[in-house]
Design a protein around this ligand. Sequence first.
Ligand code: CTP
Ligand code: MG
Length: 246
Amino acid sequence: MTSIPPTEKVGAVVPAAGGGERLPGPVAKQFRELGGTPILHRTLWCLAEEGRVGFIALALPAAEVASFEPPAGLPVPVRPVAGGTERQYSVVNGLSALPPEVEWVIVHDGARPLLPPGLVEACLAGAQETGAAIAALPVSDTVKRANEGEFAEATVPRGDLWLAQTPQVARRELLERALALAAAEGFEGTDEAVLLEAAGIRVKLVPGSKFNFKITTPEDLAMAEAYLARAQGGGTAAPPPVGGVL
Ligand code: CTP
Ligand code: MG
């Protein structure tokens, strides 16, 4: 059996400092309500309830840092910090806010509020081999490469293609090294895995969940609402209870 690092050695970084431009509204998407609870609160509950994370560093838009209140009763301490201009820099800021005893880092998007129970643990277990693992899904649709965005130019074999999700887990020293290398080379990536790969670190792919989708567009928000409504109505695909507010 793979051993999981003790909770006090595991910290989460939650990038939640984006502007949510693809989901326009009165507030950035992470502060929008989903089933009556802010998306970001749901995400924090999912992470905290797993019992695998001892500390959460939360990267927020700078204007929100001073006033942010974590959800009442959350069993894990949260330290809000200002994010950066890109997700990667928000992760850097979050990482530097984790206490020194943290040896393993879980990065999980603030905009993924339907994190299923067990996925954090599966990623932590998956990371024990090489020091890094991410949740990901094998591509199930046929993939087309577009010609000037309008016509299908080619069909890309999908057999070895995966869609990256979060959680993305790494040994703290490896993630710090990968981020430092990216900074030195001026490289910006949209997830941690691409930086770890560039640093020569093997990243294990752990099967994620379609329910763990990122709220990116209005359609995503509508799907998440429908999913929660179904769960509340006694549907079978129940998402995790979130701090008793489901
Ligand atoms: N994020 C962040 N700092 C940034 C940009 C993004 O912490 N400078 C966070 C977002 O808040 C989100 C996660 O990274 O939780 C994934 O990013 P994405 O879905 O792209 O969110 P936004 O950048 O906010 O949305 P958009 O790209 O549509 O503007
Ligand atoms: Mg973005």
